[in-house]
Design a protein. Structure first.
Length: 480
């Protein structure tokens, strides 16, 4: 028994691990959405001492319009892209086109050339149309004519693929980013390898494009067996793949691979609307002696963070016309923040003079609530737009918790006011000695000999020195 155990351990150590094909699919044909599958294995080539990537892909279609593509990396820039299109109903029937392209930015991809591939080499070994069992009444080209759904079958190999000079392709990565995109509307004049492509739908998800992650290490084989293309398992959506980074290392790698402006945009707005702004509101209603000071300092910090995020978002747009609701809502939130700052300042000045709320006060409060909702909604839409659906779900959960927390806290505050006999909006009667000291104003008797009293120091109710701002009665703003 001991000998058998030792033998098994030895064999496990010396026999190379067999590849486990990984697979990523989207089944959206019935809903007129993207429908494709891709499978990958990485095979160690002992002749070249490199790893070859074997790719299987299928695309389900019922029209000659549009195209479907997958590619390596987080974005188009530097991606090795496999773009499939063609007419499945042509007579005589022509095989699907597999156009292998790349691009240096967010522009029209161009065909890969010998100088583009570095030390890698690319081959398309199979491309054909297959009839699927499902039938349907009509298609986009011939309404009213019963036809069969067609599936494009593709097999391609990338020899020494880790040498691709664009976005990294690592056989040891546990969370390799890939992108996908599709367009189901373009009517092509000619099905050539370098056909001009119309842009995919701008929003992420089933609408037009997305990001997914592949456990390349799981698919890697170091054995001497003959390589084979990964089989695509029917009905399996995820096998060693995910819509979000895989593991902590994958998340860290995903953040590192993003352009700095994207990280700044997401981080600054996330911190502002999930943490700093909410804490500023809580500080205002905390009843602390320096509540107002805490409030405006935190709101200034949050507004500065939001400003950085909005500016970085504009930089990301690179002067292009806005095409997403996320962009327009972001601009609206930015304008609202500027107006909110003015309303808050005027509300405070007027309140110190008349010691009661006005339309400025209510405008400041309700505009703040709208900005909160707009900022939270845009955080979620930003994650969806970038293809991070699972992260968007986490954000929705966090925002829901914060929203429920605010409501419960507000109800508890109203309950305390009712038990104490104070009206929630009776700001002039809600002033306590401890709360008055965070912003106090001198009265006439404390002024200088000229009578204006401006710039004098005087004692607050708890003995702390505060700044006197002129001939006004003692007041405190607690309406935020």
């Amino acid at each position: 028994m001991i000998f058998l155990t030792a033998l098994l351990i030895t064999l496990h150590a010396v026999v190379p691990t067999m590849a486990e094909p990984v697979q990523y699919c989207r089944f959206g044909h019935a809903q007129n959405e993207a429908d494709f599958c891709m499978g990958v294995t990485m095979q160690h080539n002992h002749t070249t001492s490199a790893y070859d990537l074997y790719l299987s892909m299928s695309v389900t279609r019922s029209s000659s319009r549009g195209w479907t593509a997958i590619g390596t990396g987080h974005s188009m820039a530097g991606s090795l892209m496999f773009i499939i299109y063609g007419d499945p109903y042509s007579t005589p029937r022509h095989n699907p086109i597999v156009s292998i392209r790349t691009v240096k930015g967010h522009f029209q991809p161009t065909l890969v050339t010998r100088t583009d591939v570095g030390g890698a080499d690319l081959r398309v070994l199979q491309t054909s149309w297959m009839a699927q069992g499902d039938t349907f009444q009509g298609n986009l080209n011939n309404p009213g004519v019963e036809s069969r759904v067609r599936v494009a079958k593709v097999a391609a190999v990338c020899y020494a693929c880790a040498r691709w000079p664009g976005s990294p392709i690592s056989p040891s990565s546990g969370s390799q980013p890939w992108i996908w995109a599709w367009n189901n509307q373009q009517e092509m004049q000619a099905y050539t390898f370098d056909a001009q492509l119309d842009m995919h739908a701008h929003h992420a998800g089933n609408g037009g494009w997305g990001v997914f992650y592949v456990d390349m290490a799981r698919s890697r084989s170091d054995g001497f067996q003959l390589p084979s293309f990964p089989p695509l398992r029917s009905g399996v959506e995820r096998l060693g793949t995910s819509d979000s980074p895989i593991g902590l290392a994958g998340l860290v790698g995903s953040l590192k691979s993003q352009p700095a402006v994207v990280v700044v945009h997401a981080f600054s707005l996330g911190i502002a609307f999930l943490f700093v702004f909410p804490v500023g509101v809580v500080a205002m209603r905390s009843g602390l002696a320096k509540a107002f000071r805490y409030h405006w300092v935190l709101q200034v910090v949050a507004s500065a963070l939001a400003g950085v995020g909005i500016v970085s978002g504009l930089v990301m747009s690179r002067g292009r016309a806005f095409v997403a609701a996320h962009q327009w809502l972001g601009v609206a939130v930015g304008v609202g923040l500027g107006l909110q700052s003015l309303l808050g300042w005027r509300h405070h000045v007027v309140f110190l003079r008349i010691r009661r709320r006005t339309w400025l006060s209510h405008g400041h409060i309700w505009l703040g609530r709208l900005i909160f909702c707009g900022g939270w909604a845009n955080l979620v839409s930003g994650m969806l737009l970038s293809g991070h659906g699972r992260a968007a779900a986490v954000l929705v959960a966090m925002i829901s918790v914060e929203g429920v927390g605010f409501v419960l806290w507000r109800l508890a505050t109203l309950g305390r006011w009712m038990r104490s006999g104070q009206a929630p909006n009776a700001d002039s009667t809600a002033l306590t000695g401890a709360a008055e000291t965070y912003f106090a104003v001198g009265d006439e008797s404390d002024g200088d000999e000229s009578g204006d009293g401006e710039g004098l120091m005087q004692k607050g109710h708890d003995g702390e020195k505060v700044l006197g701002l002129g001939r006004k009665s003692m007041a405190v703003d607690r309406v935020e």
